[in-house]
Design a protein around this ligand. Structure first.
Ligand code: F6P
Length: 319
């Protein structure tokens, strides 16, 4: 392959830079030219690219976000967006493309591979960790650590005031980030989209906890299950206690990548490029039971849902 493109798409995730660095250097080592496509699919549709040499990807391992920048570009599924991309692809003459991002980016990757006959390999990166076909997506560990850090701080106030805190965590339609944060922080309740919740029952358990001598109640809410202001409002209607809510929002997405995300970004970025150079295409790399594997872009999220349900059982046993 003479010319390879590297692109980051969807929400930025800590560790994307490690993947960009590994992909670039492995491709350069193989004698290919590397083009960094800026601002995801939007940048591709506008021909916004820059050559990446080894130095261009130096000193970025510790940086959060993505040096290539990113953009939500739903126009890629529309004819007008596809036409623009097709025109730019003809000019750029890429022999292959590494797409680092979440499932939206992978839909685009599959489309490009099929529609424009461009070999594409995906690298999973999203704080939601909701991509079928991999046990891990780059960015999740950093986001989890930030969320745990925030909840630990809030818990100090919750205990001091004997309060109930409702804390909303990102994750799109997946409850894994909220669930693992809850487990790591000893949350009393974790509300996730995968499991129906009953507010009367939650209130009963909270009161029971106070009855057993608990000093506070921390309730994690995954954004895909409910909004924190709603839960706060409903609890205030049911309980005569001091209640506050916090939305962690984008705070958990930023910051310097954890060691684990730097390592996973490096390993997955490297593997993706090696597979692409070896002639693989239309697939994604992923971590499956501790091994890096190449798999189809999958759609079923059933196994992800099962993981969350199992973890909820753990939360229940430990509160
Ligand atoms: O997919 C990552 C994510 O942070 C989700 O958890 C969240 O729902 C979404 O992106 C927010 O997107 P945006 O940054 O475009 O508002």
């Amino acid at each position: 392959m003479k010319r390879i493109g590297v692109l980051t798409g969807g929400g930025d995730a800590a560790g994307m830079n490690a993947a960009v660095r590994a992909a670039t250097r492995i491709a350069l080592n193989a004698g290919a030219e590397v083009l960094g496509i800026q601002r995801g699919w939007l940048g591709l549709s506008e021909g916004d690219v820059r050559p990446l040499d080894s130095a261009a990807v130096g000193g970025i391992l510790h940086q959060g976000g993505t040096i290539l920048r990113t953009f939500r570009y739903p126009e890629l599924i529309e004819a007008v967006g596809q036409k623009k991309v097709e025109e730019q692809l003809a000019k750029l003459a890429l022999d292959g493309l590494i797409v680092i991002g979440g499932d939206g980016s992978f839909r685009g990757a599959a489309l490009l591979d099929e529609m424009f006959d461009l070999p594409v390999i995906g690298v999973p990166a999203t704080i939601d960790n909701d991509i079928p076909g991999t046990d891990y997506s780059i960015g999740f560990d950093t986001a989890l650590n930030v969320a745990v850090n925030c909840v630990d701080k809030i818990r100090d106030t919750a205990s001091s005031h004997g309060r109930i805190f409702v804390i909303e965590v990102m994750g799109r339609k997946c409850g894994l980030l909220a669930m693992e944060t809850g487990l790591c922080c000893g949350a009393e309740e974790v509300i996730v989209p995968e499991i129906p919740f009953d507010l009367d029952e939650i209130c009963r358990r909270i009161e029971e906890g106070y009855g057993r001598g608990k000093q506070h109640a921390v309730i994690l809410v995954a954004e895909g299950a409910a909004k924190a202001p709603y839960i706060e409002y409903e609890l205030k209607n049911r309980l005569k206690r001091s209640i506050r809510m916090v939305v962690l929002g984008h705070v958990v997405r930023g910051g310097s990548p954890s060691a684990y995300d730097r390592m996973m970004g490096t390993k997955l970025g490297l593997a993706a490029t090696e597979f692409l150079l070896a002639g693989e295409r239309g697939k994604m790399v992923g971590m499956v039971s501790g091994e890096i594997k190449l798999s189809q872009f999958e759609k079923s999220t059933q196994s992800l849902q099962d993981v969350v349900v199992k973890l909820e059982d753990l939360v229940r046993q430990l509160t």
